[in-house]
Design a protein around this ligand. Structure first.
Ligand code: NDP
Length: 290
């Protein structure tokens, strides 16, 4: 039977530590500020941004939530981003994806100052991550690495198979695992015989967005299974890409959905915002990282 990797517990510990550092910063006259921009009224996106706002406030940070109608033009959005780039009270800027089709996502991400790119999606942040420089790491992959560390799972020498190659999850998690000396294989929708790869995985990262696709027939006995997916099953219940019940007996560790990767993503966003606000403050304080 697998050990359940409890993302709520790990993220709770990280948030406690963040709260303490925020109090210290406020004592020095700096309130970490996160600006979240949402365009349109996609219900899932609204839930995500409201969770970010609530978490920000619970940790004593300033949350600046900006909601615009889907008719907002690209030019208007770029002007908002420029204003926020120049606002000294804002330390992090996040534009909730997806954007309406008339707005170029790449242009928008590029417009955010790399110094405030707390999502870690800017090409400068990605480039720095690739070469192992200190930078804002993308929140979901960073959160996964923190969970592995918390549970004493060392990727060194392990075969990590990443299914999914998006810029925000699949590609960066593979890079972070590589930096920790895993041997990494990427799979995607054009991979032939997917199972032949996943069955070799000591660490399997499932990030494809297909409800419960990975059952025990995809899993090597004793594998660490990290489920990034956030889907709805036939009953409308939140579920991952992994069939949790089917895989539970085969895996050694497994993340549940909900309560696994999701809470870590928000915690890492808060940590990035805090780190951004801490810039310029003398570096004699302990890091919030565990
Ligand atoms: P994308 O849709 O951007 O990417 C999905 C990837 O999965 C693509 O690379 C695609 O391949 C691959 N893929 C799709 N179907 C298959 C298949 N049948 N077999 C193999 N590969 C397949 O998704 P994201 O990376 O943004 O998100 C993935 C999942 O993670 C979603 O469920 C999303 O909701 C969730 N998510 C959860 C987060 C959290 O905090 N818990 C944060 C971010 C995302 P190809 O490139 O060939 O098209």
């Amino acid at each position: 039977m697998a050990t359940i990797i409890d993302g709520k517990e790990v993220s709770g510990k990280i948030k406690e530590s963040i709260k303490w550092r925020v109090e210290e910063l406020i004592g020095q006259g700096i309130v970490p500020g996160l600006s979240v921009i949402i365009i349109g009224d996609n219900p899932a996106s609204l839930t995500y941004v409201n969770n970010k706002k609530k978490t920000c406030e619970a940790l004593g940070m300033r949350s600046d939530l900006r909601q615009y109608p889907a008719s907002l033009t690209e030019k208007e959005l770029l002007e908002v981003i420029t204003e926020l780039n120049n606002d000294p009270e804002i330390h992090g800027i996040l534009v909730q994806l997806p954007l309406p089709s008339h707005i170029d996502e790449f242009k928008v991400i590029n417009a955010i100052s790399p110094e405030k790119d707390v999502d870690g999606f800017h090409p400068v942040s990605i480039g720095n991550m690739m070469i192992g420089n200190d930078t804002f790491l993308p929140c979901t992959p960073h959160g996964i690495m923190k969970m592995l560390q918390f549970y004493g799972i060392d990727p060194k020498g392990k075969h990590a198979v990443v299914v999914g190659r998006s810029n925000i999850v699949g590609k960066p998690i593979g890079q972070l695992l590589l930096q920790k000396d895993a041997t990494v294989t990427y799979c995607h929708s054009k991979t032939n015989d997917l199972k032949s790869f996943t069955k070799q995985a000591d660490i399997l990262i499932a990030a494809i967005g297909k409800a419960k696709m990975f059952d025990e027939s995809y899993i090597k006995p004793g594998a660490v299974v990290i489920d990034v997916g956030m889907n709805r099953d036939e009953q409308g219940k939140l579920c991952g890409d992994v069939d949790f019940d089917a895989v539970f007996e085969t895996a050694s560790y497994i993340t549940p959905v909900p309560g696994g990767v999701g809470p870590m993503t928000i915690a890492m966003l808060m940590e990035n915002t805090l780190l951004s606000a801490e810039r310029g403050v003398p570096k004699d304080k302990p890091s919030v990282s565990m």
